[in-house]
Design a protein around this ligand. Structure first.
Ligand code: NAD
Ligand code: MG
Ligand code: MG
Ligand code: MG
Ligand code: ZN
Length: 501
């Protein structure tokens, strides 16, 4: 959006403002009344005139924010505080408009009134992105400031680091407690403790829809101690301590000796019991252990996805490392499920720290390669992809290899394109079984494509507009991966970087 059209969209003539004044007063009056009479009769009393007056009020607030009229912004907010996060044309808030036009004092005032600085407009930009794009550094610094002052310590850091699916840390892992066997045992029988049941590395979930393919959300089935206590002593059971809930929920039964309440602990259990028998333990309808994790685990909400990423990766490690990789002896599970120690007392793995004793993570680079003209990106497809789907190139980092070198090597191996500068964007745990996807942007220094047919069926340069159309669902020949993948987020990030605000 250009500056002129922005102004035009939010400007009011002084005439129309006079006409609106009485409607606005109606709204002020009506908001006071609403408080007195309660919300129930609100709908009944809301006339169409009042509705349009509310729209006018919002328009005036957005206009004042865009013009930097601090007095009017403050007056309107004192009467109608809810205006602060309301959006107008293309999802723009007052904060975004003030940030766009460089009105520092308005931005400051809106923030002090508790404005949501993380809300995004229809192009997925925050007020911070907008201020940065238009070169209002004093405003982007203000918006980027964190309460702990980390912006000052790391001046180049981006406080709006992309949060990817599977990356939300809902639990406090409390790693120091993993060696406290007494505490762990107490937690196991605590009635507030939450257990997740896994079978063949899939968590038990209940789905909101009968039709599993209809794209409905699924929820983790949560169990209490009483429902799973018979499974705990079984030799094939793997029990992983996941952490304690971060939120501080008051609970009568979770009290320590000194009366301080502790949040519930979470454990994951993987057993060799028959899945159909395990399912009988759940009282919910439509329970299952998903068979295709690549697809089905993407239906969880962000909080539960983060917990599953942790649990599934650790459980997958145990299932693959049953015996000591150093001497082949049997191993035992320790430290709340975060360590496997060899039972052979002469084993080298017991001397010093051995990485084979701890859960493994495989780093993978995933990159959106940008054409030297800046206006096209390189996407490829594997044979197994659905028809029309193209994604970012990706590959495992090899031992002794830096992230940037892995990006250059994998892109050249898979597409024949040479890459120059590489920039890290964000990362994503990908529990299939235990990858860490390291998302980068990379700039090509050659453009001829020659694909490695063993890995890639086809790779192509896609013009920006075609990619944007695909996001809107308006390009039948190109589909990008779903939003839960970092590939999707990298492509979106590139589009957002250059959008015409
Ligand atoms: N979340 C996302 O957006 C996203 C997108 C693409 C890929 N991925 C994941 O990234 C992974 C790696 O991508 P890729 O398949 O293109 O990698 P790649 O190009 O390195 O090729 C994979 C091949 O590398 C070899 N390999 C080397 N080290 C390996 C290891 N530690 N584990 C398994 N195989 C290894 C195997 O022969 C394998 O077939 C995929 O398996 C997939 O799970 C995630
Ligand atoms: Mg690859
Ligand atoms: Mg490869
Ligand atoms: Mg590779
Ligand atoms: Zn050993």
């Amino acid at each position: 959006m250009r500056a002129e059209s922005l102004q035009a969209a939010f400007n009011n003539s002084s005439d129309s403002r006079q006409q609106k004044k009485c409607k606005v007063q109606n709204v002020l009056h009506s908001e006071t009344e609403e408080k007195q009479h309660g919300a129930e009769d609100k709908a009944a009393r809301m006339t169409s005139l009042q509705l349009s007056a509310k729209e006018d009020m919002l328009e005036r607030f957005l206009d004042a924010s865009a013009r930097g009229d601090l007095t009017q912004v403050s007056t309107l907010l004192s009467h109608v505080p809810s205006l602060i996060n309301q959006t107008g044309y293309s999802g723009w808030t007052g904060l975004m408009l003030a940030a766009r036009n460089g009105h520092y004092n308005v931005v400051e005032a809106l923030l002090s009134h508790g404005c949501d600085k993380f809300s995004v407009n229809s192009s997925s930009q925050t007020a911070y992105d907008i201020a940065k794009f238009w070169g209002h550094r004093h405003i982007s610094n203000l918006l980027g400031r964190t309460t702990d002052g980390s912006q000052r310590v790391l001046p180049g850091s981006d406080p709006h680091q992309q949060e990817n699916y599977f990356s939300r840390e809902t639990l406090d892992r409390l790693s120091a407690k993993r060696t406290d066997t007494v505490w762990l045992e107490e937690k196991q029988s605590d009635p507030d403790t939450v257990y997740l049941l896994f079978s063949n590395l899939s968590p038990m979930v209940c789905s909101s829809q009968e039709d599993d393919n209809a794209g409905g959300e699924t929820k983790l089935c949560r169990f209490r101690y009483e429902a799973v206590k018979d499974l705990l002593p079984k030799p094939a059971t793997m029990l992983i301590f996941l952490g304690v809930e971060k939120r501080k929920t008051p609970s009568s039964s979770s009290q320590t000796v000194d009366g301080i309440q502790e949040p519930p602990a979470w454990f994951a259990i993987n057993t060799d019991e028959v899945a159909s028998e395990l399912l009988k333990r759940c009282r919910e309808m439509n329970c299952s252990f998903p068979k295709t994790p690549n697809r089905d685990l993407l239906k969880l909400n962000e909080e539960e996805a983060g917990v599953v990423a942790q649990a599934r990766s650790v459980l997958a490690w145990h299932s693959r490392y049953s015996f000591c990789p150093t001497c082949g002896s049997s191993t035992k599970l320790e430290e709340g499920g975060y360590k496997r120690s060899c039972l052979n007392l002469d084993c080298r793995s017991l001397k010093g720290v051995h990485n084979t004793c701890y859960p493994r993570v495989d780093p993978v680079v995933i990159m959106l390669v940008i054409h030297p003209d800046g206006n096209q990106c390189l996407l490829g497809r594997k044979k197994i992809f659905p028809v029309g789907m193209f994604s970012c190139l990706a590959g495992f980092i090899e031992p002794g290899e830096a992230m940037e070198e892995a990006v250059r090597r994998e892109v050249e191996e898979e597409s024949g394109v040479k890459v120059g500068p590489v920039q890290y964007v964000s990362c994503q745990p990908w529990p299939m079984p235990s990858n860490l996807m390291i998302g980068c942007l990379a700039v090509a220094i050659s453009t001829d494509i020659k694909v490695d047919e063993n890995e890639i069926e086809e790779a192509r340069w896609f013009p920006r507009q075609q990619v944007i159309d695909s996001f809107r669902g308006a390009h039948p020949a190109l589909t990008v991966p779903p939003r839960q993948t970092i590939a999707h987020q990298l492509i979106r990030h590139w589009i957002g970087m250059n959008s015409n605000l």
